[in-house]
Design a binder for this molecule. Structure first.
Ligand code: ADP
Ligand code: MG
Length: 729
């Protein structure tokens, strides 16, 4: 496929695009949530009494009885049928990536020879998808239990096309979670309970604490025609070979640049559809790498935000195809330029509207602020290895530690001002800071003004940075389900807050007044978790060494990082917060190791095919063209003259021979390495073998393929090149 041909492919796409986007006549505030059975729709389609009951279910966690569920289902059906809906599905988040659904029609026999549409409360509330082929890490086979899905009323039902989508949890009959949502809901419950108990020390009227998540989704777009000509992209979501483009992101001319027309049409379309599904899209822009973009909504309650992110990723892929693009969510689709992440902005908020990680006006507010900052740091410090495990995957491994994204060490950046406050508190002796009821808290430092925490004091290299009124967990992968990170973070913070409250209570029962008790424990913890605070350059080699000295987890091998889930401290934390039992963690780890292995296995297979069937034959063909030319020179010129004139070609022939023979023999080694690894029974050891022996060979052979790309005639080169994939919009 010559570059002329490749451009022809793109030319065809340009004739068809940008496609006309159907822009609704109403304003976004009007069509927002058009396809969501939200509270307004409930108020319209349900009786006042049933609506009340639903509010108690959604907000108060009351259980839904079947009689009420029947009425709710009837209301939903009526609303959905007005939108032309004929089918319904339980929509869940299995431990594979993405989401799963199985559609059932509304149609049933009416008993008199005709048909009617029916949707019952039972169908709404619980189903048994035949899910035997979803990964369960052996839970179901061991316990002979079938999985069922159950409606999560906290996440509203919505319509896509002709289908009513019902967000559900997916669990085994023996109770173990087979998905992401079930443990996420437990983690959110745990952090609610723990944070409420701590918030009440400051504000007795707090009854509930909500975890917020605002994700920022990065992605690449590539032309669909070129994508189809790259078997590696098609099979693995990333390019396994490809030489750097002469120009990539070094000019910084893409970041925040004007958005190309075809892409703008895609974004407009995507946003409209996302808004109609109730996803509160807010910002869109070009990202650092060519053809890389970002979408971020306004933050929401974490459970809903996670569902919305899953939904958005699904939507992105679908809408991209409509515009002649493919959307790449892989963390590292192209070597040598930035990969894609998904920053998870996270905070806790009381039902009375206080952002617990935000400084306030009064001394009490500020002590509360510091308490929540420090206890979050305690969680991150205690479980830094686990948090890394929560974002580790075969694909995210290419991004972390690659001098563009956070390193494979979890630390936290606080900024100079907040660091100074903590340092000051740490050094103050007990007496220097006091609290009495008459004068309030005397922090012995100037009051922390509300907006003191400078938002521009940014450190892009930090994986867990404080950004004014929230923490930003930046190590999350673009393709990942945010739930994984949110389960670990919220559970770990719940544990820290539980511990905190317990220690404060211990002091108060001995007679210390509450605020002085809080202060005392905060000071202790500032000292305890100091190792996790790091404001310097996270990309530097010195930091790796320093982090090791500080006792932070510096492991970079994904299969070994996954071990952190089974550390005694992790098992204890998850068990005490009621999120996972050990058995579940073991089962889930089996899936993680197995997924890791399969990903590398697929890469190795397609890479070997490409080398042997695409690259080596083409290089050899070019080599024989060169050889012909050298021979022909001998026909025309004297031997000496011919040698002189052919010197360059002879050198190319030699280089090609060296590269192709290296590639051929090492692809054989790659196949052998796979064979050896495949024979290992233990799923963890197999993943380690894939990591240690298979993955590095791919990278090693790739270098030779990329060299050949520079040598071989462009007319012959079989794959679209980086410059074509990245600069055609
Ligand atoms: P950046 O400057 O890092 O690109 P933005 O200011 O665009 O970030 O915000 C990124 C995300 O953070 C958005 O989804 C936004 O709604 C979210 N966000 C803002 N405040 C909070 C908060 N207190 N808690 C959680 N998320 C928040
Ligand atoms: Mg950000």
């Amino acid at each position: 496929m010559s570059s002329a041909l490749r451009f022809q492919v793109v030319g065809e796409a340009f004739k068809k695009h940008p496609v006309e986007v159907k822009v609704p006549s109403e304003r976004p505030s009007v069509f927002f949530g058009k396809y969501v059975f939200n509270r307004q729709k409930m108020a319209t389609y349900l009786s006042a009494e049933v609506f009340e009951k639903m509010l108690a279910v959604m907000d108060g966690g009351a259980t839904l009885d079947l009689a009420t569920a029947d009425i709710v289902a009837e209301g939903m059906k009526q609303w959905a049928m007005e939108l032309g809906v004929t089918h319904t599905t339980h929509w869940f988040q299995p431990l594979t990536e993405g989401t799963a659904e199985k559609h059932d029609g509304f149609l049933v026999h009416d008993g008199h020879g005709g048909m009617i549409e029916e949707f019952t409360g039972k169908q709404l509330v619980q189903q048994e998808p035949d899910a035997s082929s979803f990964p369960s890490g052996g839970i179901r086979s061991t316990f002979e239990a079938r999985g069922y899905s159950a409606w999560d009323p906290a996440s509203p039902v919505f319509v896509i096309g002709d289908t009513l989508m019902i967000p559900t949890v997916f669990i085994a009959y023996t109770g173990e979670a087979l998905d992401y949502k079930a443990p996420l809901k437990k983690a959110l419950h745990a952090v609610d309970t723990a944070a409420t108990a701590v918030a009440q020390l400051f504000y007795p009227d707090v009854k509930k604490v909500i975890s917020n998540l605002g994700w920022e989704q990065e992605y690449f777009l590539v032309d669909e025609g070129l994508y189809a000509a790259r078997p590696d992209l098609l099979m693995t979501g990333r390019t396994l070979m490809g030489h750097d483009s002469a120009k990539n992101q070094q000019m910084d001319d893409h970041y925040f640049g004007s958005i190309p027309e075809r892409v703008a049409a895609f974004m407009r379309d995507l946003e409209i559809q996302a808004l109609e599904l109730g996803i509160p899209c807010k910002t869109r822009h070009n990202e650092a790498a060519p053809n890389q973009f970002e979408l971020a909504p306004i933050f929401e309650e974490t459970n809903l935000a996670v569902d919305h992110n899953m939904l958005l990723m699904m939507l992105m892929k679908k809408v991209a195809r409509h515009h002649g693009f493919r959307c790449l969510l892989h963390e590292k689709p192209f070597a040598g330029i930035n990969g894609s992440g998904k920053h998870n902005n996270w905070s806790l908020m009381t039902d009375t509207g206080i952002l617990l990680h935000s400084p306030g006006r009064t001394q009490t507010d500020n002590l509360r602020f510091i308490t929540f900052i420090v206890e979050t740091l305690m969680a991150v410090w205690r479980h830094n290895g686990l948090l890394k495990a929560s974002i580790a995957s075969a694909s995210n491994a290419h991004r972390l530690g690659a001098h563009e994204a956070p390193p494979a060490i979890i630390s936290s950046f606080l900024g100079t001002q907040l660091s100074a406050v903590l340092d000051h508190l740490e050094q103050s002796s007990d007496g220097a800071i006091t609290f009495d009821n008459k004068h309030g808290l005397r922090l012995d430092i100037p009051q922390i003004p509300e907006l003191l925490i400078d938002n521009t004091d940014r450190n892009r290299t930090s994986p867990f940075a404080f950004t004014g009124n929230r923490f930003e967990f930046r190590a999350v992968g673009a393709e990942a389900n945010c739930a994984s990170a949110m389960i670990a973070l919220n559970s770990a913070v719940a544990e820290a807050l539980n511990e905190f409250r317990r220690r404060v209570d211990e002091l108060t029962t001995k007679g210390t007044d509450t605020m002085n008790a809080v202060l005392h424990i905060v000071q202790e913890d500032i000292r305890a978790c100091k190792a996790v605070r790091f404001d310097g350059n996270g990309y530097s080699r010195e930091w790796e060494l320093e982090a090791e000295r500080r006792g932070l987890d510096t492991e970079a091998s994904v299969p070994l990082i996954i071990d952190r889930y089974l550390d005694p401290a992790s098992v204890k934390m998850f068990s005490s917060t009621n999120v996972f039992e050990r058995k579940e963690l073991e089962a889930r780890n089996e899936i993680k190791w197995d997924t890791y292995t399969k990903k590398i296995q697929i890469e190795a297979r397609i890479f070997g095919d490409l080398c042997i069937n695409h690259i080596v034959p083409v290089a050899t063909r070019y080599q024989s063209q060169l050889t012909d030319s050298v021979h022909k020179m001998l026909d025309i010129f004297s031997k000496e003259k011919a040698h002189e004139l052919s010197a360059n070609n002879v050198s190319l022939i030699e280089q090609i021979a060296e590269h192709t023979s290296y590639i051929t023999s090492n692809v054989e080694r790659l196949v052998d390495a796979r064979r050896v690894a495949n024979r290992i029974d233990d799923v963890r050891s197999r993943a380690i073998a894939y990591h240690d022996t298979v993955a590095p060979l791919i990278e090693d052979i790739r270098r030779h393929v990329d060299k050949l790309e520079l040598i071989v005639d462009d007319e012959l080169w079989p794959l679209p090149k980086y410059r074509e994939l990245l600069f055609i919009r």
